[in-house]
Design a protein around this ligand. Structure first.
Ligand SMILES: *Cc1c(COP(=O)(O)O)cnc(C)c1O
Length: 394
């Protein structure tokens, strides 16, 4: 089988050519001064993209799932009362770790096409003042939805609750302000809106989070999951707890350089513009967007409900084999097909190609879809001058 012509999955995604080139760079000895300098440079730039100076940045060597598990185990132990917010597959999955750890698990769960209600969280925390940790996913990638972490941060901070936030698929592409929003432990991945390779966890840790980790006698030590080892050895003594992945570091640094050169706000505007045009196209085709409203939709991915009688697998396989476009399914969130527009793939005409493949695939499989109207609506949205809210004319 040949690789797809166009990879518009929900990550990992096609990376920037400069990132690919950087990853082919020399495998440096990890204590070579050049590598150490590049590693520190990457930490600094990752922090700038996080828009924080008050959090400590750590780059753990494993795909973001590693960082998320490290966060869970660092902050929670047997009996820790935790409120886990579930609005999709990743939120649900986080609860499985908390259960495995033996934490006292509290959950607020909403339908997977909906978002968490911040007021309900505040009320729950007030009714359960023993809760010390809260976990939430910012952008629920399988659903294409966004949770109101800007409101959840202050709700937690004012109650002394430490927040763990999965920002894997929002980091870089969707507004994120950990300091202003008073968020504690954030975990991102390079393979989504940053347009980098999978394989690293980009983490931002607040002083409040470190204090809570230090107070946890079971926080990992002498382990690949140890945030404390990373901080004490690398930041404290200039020694790595283990050899970092050299090509991944090259790739993350190149992706961060590209993002900062384009400008954080410009990158976020590009994601927003492509997303809005994609949503307009989906609606005009006669398909249904999965999120309940545009107000809770994430700009990194468009989740589309697969019409009755068809399955996500049929749609995805047909688009891949007939039209050469690799899409994502819903990872169990529902009968969903997803067009990723993140990082390097948040490009107007790539999205239009993805939309075309989705629409024509539905027609081929017998669903009533108006492909022409969909493409016309997407293009009309893209034709709007920058700054004009798209959809205002629809
Ligand atoms: C991509 C992603 C992760 C990382 O998980 P994988 O399934 O290993 O890619 C974690 N959380 C969210 C919200 C993600 O989108």
């Amino acid at each position: 089988m040949e690789p797809a012509d166009l990879t518009l999955s929900a990550g990992p995604n096609d990376v920037f050519p400069q990132v690919r080139a950087a990853m082919g760079g020399p495998i440096l000895y990890h204590y070579d001064p050049v590598f150490k300098e590049r590693f520190r440079d990457a930490e600094e730039k990752v922090g700038r993209i996080f828009r924080t100076t008050g959090h400590e940045i750590i780059l753990m060597q494993g795909e973001a799932i590693l960082g998320l598990e490290a966060a869970a185990r660092s902050l929670c132990t047997r009996g820790t009362p935790v409120l886990n917010l579930v609005s999709g597959v990743f939120g649900k999955g986080f609860g499985y770790w908390l259960t495995a750890i033996g934490a006292e698990l509290h959950e607020i769960e909403v339908a997977y096409d909906d978002a968490i209600d911040a007021d309900a969280v505040a009320a729950y925390l007030d009714a359960h003042p023993r809760i010390r940790v809260l976990s939430v996913v910012h952008s629920e990638t399988p659903s294409g939805t966004l949770n109101p972490i800007d409101r959840l941060g202050p709700i937690c901070r004012s109650r002394g609750v430490v927040s763990i936030v999965d920002v894997v698929s929002s980091y870089g592409g969707i507004e994120l302000r950990p300091e202003e929003w008073q968020l504690d432990l954030l975990v991102a991945g390079p393979q989504k809106c940053l347009g980098g390779p999978p394989g690293m966890s980009l983490m931002a840790v607040s002083p409040q989070a470190w204090a809570a980790i230090e107070a946890n006698p079971d926080a990992p030590r002498g382990s690949y999951l140890s945030m404390l080892d990373y901080r004490d050895l690398w930041h404290g003594q200039g020694r790595f707890p283990f050899t970092p992945s050299v090509p991944d570091l090259h790739g993350v640094l190149a992706a961060a350089d590209l993002l900062l050169a384009e400008g954080l706000e410009a990158v976020q505007a590009r994601h927003e513009r492509v997303a809005r045009a994609c949503w307009a196209g989906v609606r005009a085709m006669g398909l249904r967007l999965w999120p309940r409203s545009e107000g809770i939709s994430a700009a990194s991915v468009t989740s589309i409900a697969v019409p009755d009688g068809l399955t996500d697998t049929q749609v995805r396989d047909h688009a891949r084999s007939r039209y050469g476009v690799q899409l994502s399914a819903g990872q169990g969130a529902g009968n969903i097909i997803r067009i990723g527009h993140m990082g390097n793939t948040a490009r107007p005409m790539w999205m239009v190609a993805g939309l075309t493949a989705v629409g024509r695939t539905m027609i081929d499989l017998g669903a009533p879809v108006d492909l022409g109207a969909g493409i016309e609506a997407a293009m009309a949205s893209l034709a709007e001058p920058a700054g004009v809210p798209v959809g205002a004319t629809a």
